[in-house]
Ligand binder design. Structure first.
Ligand code: HMG
Ligand code: MG
Length: 298
């Protein structure tokens, strides 16, 4: 039996997950991208990452980017791996933090330089800081459908770490298929397990499209009632600590899928597509979204 939601909340991650993988994007171009995404109707925009500039130099100007946008109607969020990041994000007015760990020990170590258990410890002061400042916190779990270092991941490991993040106080868990190896069958299996223990309204999907399965996998998640989908305009993205990982599912493709299903999403597809062409022009690329290319060639 299917259980499609009536409305889907799209979390646009192109300005963070997308641009963390691109060299030398000017601060002004990042600001223009975020403004264009907001003008297209996106209400949840991950705008940057307060991580070590030695680890991810591409996000080193996140404070300047966020200070330069003025979008009170948009929920701007940012990655905050530790208290230092949380304080820096708060200083520029971020109202939603995102902490991130993994279902794979090896990936966790490569990405944030600690074990899964240590990452949870490290998040405690972030959560305390967030609570004191009335900031909500999203929790990412990476490698939920496979790991570049360990291969297959046991769904039980995803459940365990997701539960820990919820116990810490995260309002939502975003399930990351970091290297885009998942299939619809694996997604179905994982979500059916998770929803036995976690309210499906607290789950989001964050699928990279490395093997071209992201949209199909999102369809599988939607059919099980998942109502929050992460996506990146033009299919930008990838993780610097997951070799070969390509971009997120393109937001334009998700919007087109939702339109076809009669699910509300609040995004103007034409304006979204233009935002994708604008940023990819700066990157000397073209959008990876087939929907966007088709609209452009019409
Ligand atoms: P560490 O080296 O273990 O930490 O890094 P540390 O506390 O020893 O700090 C080392 C240096 O970094 C120090 O500077 C700190 O001050 C500085 P130094 O004394 O050497 O000059 N530092 C910071 N600077 C700015 N902001 C901070 C900060 N923290 C420390 N917040 C750390 C640990 C977590 C910081 C590091 O590993 C890191 O920054 N990792 C970032 C990894 C990352 O951003 N990965 C990509 C995003 S995750 C992703 O893409 C997956 C996702 O999309 C979901 C999916 O697809 O699966 C979310
Ligand atoms: Mg990602």
């Amino acid at each position: 039996m299917t259980d499609f939601p009536q409305t889907v909340r799209i979390v646009e991650v192109g300005a963070r997950d997308g641009l963390q993988n691109e060299q030398a994007v000017a601060t002004a171009d990042k600001v223009a991208l975020i403004n264009a995404l907001a003008a297209a109707g996106l209400k949840d925009i991950e705008a940057g990452a307060f991580v070590s500039p030695k680890w991810v130099p591409q996000m080193a100007d996140s404070a300047q980017v966020i200070s330069a946008v003025n979008l009170p109607e948009v929920n701007l969020s940012a990655l905050t791996p530790n208290l230092k990041g949380a304080e820096a994000a708060h200083a520029v007015g971020i109202k939603e933090f995102a902490i991130f760990t993994a279902a794979s020990e090896s990936f966790c170590q490569k990405n944030i330089n600690c074990s899964i258990e240590q990452s949870i410890e490290r998040f405690i002061p972030v959560m305390e800081f967030a609570k004191a400042h009335n900031i909500r916190v999203r929790g990412y779990v990476s490698c939920v459908l496979g790991c570049p270092y360990e291969g297959d991941i046991d769904p039980q490991a995803v459940l365990n770490v997701s539960k820990k993040l919820l116990e810490l106080g995260c309002y939502e868990i975003s399930l990351g298929d970091t290297i885009g190896v998942g299939t619809a069958a694996k997604v179905t299996n994982l979500i059916k397990l998770l929803v036995k223990y976690i309210d499906k309204r607290k789950l989001a999907v964050h699928f990279h499209d490395t093997y071209g399965q992201a949209l199909t996998n999102i369809y599988a998640a939607l059919s099980l009632g998942i109502a929050t989908v992460d996506a990146a305009v033009a299919g930008l993205g990838g993780c610097p600590y997951a070799k070969g990982a390509s971009g997120n599912v393109a937001t334009e493709d998700v919007v087109y899928l939702l339109q076809g299903l009669g699910i509300e999403h609040g995004v103007d597809l034409q304006r979204l597509s233009e935002a994708g062409w604008q940023i990819t022009k700066m990157l000397n690329k073209q959008p990876l979204s087939k929907v966007s290319v088709a609209l452009h060639n019409k």
